[in-house]
Design a protein around this ligand. Structure first.
Ligand SMILES: [Zn+2]
Length: 309
């Protein structure tokens, strides 16, 4: 009986408590094409003076307006909000322009994977206030087309809702819309949510879980624990070269994220021999270092990846 009480009453209350204390609520409706998005952002405290994203946002975002109808201009990477406004909600439309040619070389990018799944860089479409204490946390909920799942770097509350920490706007992050449900594993108390985009010929999703788990155990063994409690892992296929993981990078926007491009016909043994995932994971043993000193930023993870394997 007691257990039933906790399940029925306490869990929804927890979610509601998280929801109530978030100063920003986003509602995001994703269209069937996974490119057209309608965003509503409502503020429970003072209206911020600006909402920002990256400097390409003006080519994806349109029709920015207050709920009462007053329109707002996008200025390069930001929208200025007039202080006199009484409306608490800013609405806008997004039409993403995903890349689908060539292969990714840099950080977070909006891109179609195998004509089916969608990677989005949050900087392309999510307008946010600067990360100051007043707007530290937000609650975001997605309305997805039937059968489409969402992966985000924030803390999951339900299949389509998250509580996020408002990290600096210039920190990259990924939200992915995908046709298969993410997998979750826990290693030494840290949660890894693994989203597999596109098709792989040999490695199964159980193989991918095993690979992530083994790499996380190796990194945990160096410190006694994994350096982050929660990690978003995204795996997408690559046809580019013969190396097992031709490209990978981490993101810190909203939380820890790792995006790996894996050779489409890689098998589990090749994955377990590859150093890329332990390397990316070991980046999280250090804070974000904003510097051109790559000997420091890359040298330490390159050393640690070998110790962990
Ligand atoms: Zn690195």
């Amino acid at each position: 009986m007691k257990i039933i009480f906790y399940m029925v009453c306490v869990l929804p209350l927890c979610a509601f408590a998280e929801l109530k204390k978030s100063p920003i609520h986003y509602d995001v409706v994703v269209g069937d094409d996974l490119q057209s998005i309608e965003v509503s952002s409502c503020f429970h405290g003072a209206l911020p003076s600006t909402l920002s994203a990256n400097d390409a946002v003006g080519s994806f975002v349109s029709n920015v307006r207050f709920k009462n109808g007053r329109t707002l201009a996008v200025e390069v990477d930001r929208v200025n909000l007039p202080a006199t406004q009484t409306s608490r909600c800013v609405l806008y439309d997004v039409l993403l322009k995903p890349r689908n040619r060539g292969e990714q070389r840099g950080g977070a990018e909006t891109r179609v994977i195998d004509d089916r799944d969608m990677l989005t860089s949050i900087g392309d479409w999510l307008l946010r206030p600067d990360a100051d204490p007043e707007y530290q946390q937000f609650y975001i909920t997605f309305v997805m087309p039937k059968g489409v799942h969402v992966s985000a770097p924030w803390t999951r509350v339900s299949a389509t809702s998250f509580v996020g920490m408002n990290t600096p706007v210039e920190w990259e992050g990924i939200v992915a819309f995908l046709n298969r449900a993410p997998n979750r594993i826990n290693i030494n108390g840290s949660d890894f949510e693994i989203s597999i985009l596109g098709d792989f010929h040999r490695a199964t999703s159980a193989d991918m879980n095993h690979w992530v788990g083994r790499s996380a155990e190796g990194i945990s063994a160096l410190m006694g624990f994994f350096p982050r409690r929660q990690v978003q892992v995204i795996i997408s296929p690559s046809d580019r070269t013969n190396s097992t993981v031709p490209w990978a990078y981490i993101t810190r926007g909203g939380g820890a994220g790792i995006h790996l491009f894996v050779k489409r016909d890689a098998n589990l043994e090749q994955l377990l021999w590859d150093f890329s995932l332990p390397h990316e994971m070991s980046h999280f043993m250090f804070p974000h270092i904003d510097s051109g000193d790559y000997w420091l930023i890359e040298g330490l993870p390159t050393y640690l990846q070998h110790l962990s394997m």
